[in-house]
Write a protein that binds this ligand. Structure first.
Ligand code: GDP
Length: 167
């Protein structure tokens, strides 16, 4: 069982990334995550069947009490921002700092710029995010939970990195 947590501000698309990845569904105008939820998916890597558990949480201070349960034992994280809201990118460092207080140094981290289907509204340049990821040796993808672009690639990258470390 590999545990992956989705981190990032409220409204960046965590719930929809999770539902697109595990069920192939997108909900327009979903209300944003409340509390914690997780979904599982089984995958075959090489000749092994691995179970991936993906955890989603609300990026709101009200729910801070669940923090340690959420992060505990995570093998990987998707650190998600919304390409149309620069503040969500700027806060990634705070999210990553918090993550690292709870997980081991070998936690697989992927930076995800979501809502790539809204290029006209983009506030965060791809190059800027790509450089941030590169400087920190994180993988990087721009995704869309709406049209499913790069969602599988982002998860696969995290899972393969975890698999390498664990096996
Ligand atoms: P969360 O709070 O991070 O879980 O965010 P949600 O998944 O609830 O998404 C917040 C809002 O953004 C909702 O209105 C979604 O429909 C919308 N949304 C999520 N992902 C995308 C995307 O890739 N493209 C577009 N255009 N909207 C998205």
């Amino acid at each position: 069982m590999y545990k992956i947590v989705l981190i990032g501000d409220w409204g960046v698309g965590k719930t929809n990334i999770l539902s697109q990845y595990t069920r192939g569904e997108f909900i327009l105008g979903s209300p944003g995550t409340i509390g914690v939820q997780f979904s599982t998916k089984e995958l075959q890597i090489d000749n092994a069947i691995v179970k991936v558990q993906v955890w989603d949480t609300a990026g709101q201070d009200k729910y801070r009490a669940i923090t340690s349960t959420f992060y505990r034992g995570a093998h990987g994280a998707l650190a998600i921002y919304d390409i149309t809201r620069a503040d969500t990118f700027n806060r990634l460092e705070i999210w990553l700092k918090e993550l690292k207080e709870y997980v081991k140094d070998d936690c697989a981290i992927v930076i995800v710029g979501n809502k790539s289907d809204l290029p006209n509204l983009a506030e965060v340049k791809t190059e800027k995010a790509k450089n941030f990821a590169k400087e920190n040796s994180y993988a990087f993808f721009e995704t869309s939970a709406l049209n499913a672009s790069n969602i599988n690639n982002a998860f696969d990258t995290a899972i393969q990195q975890i698999h390498l470390i664990q096996s």
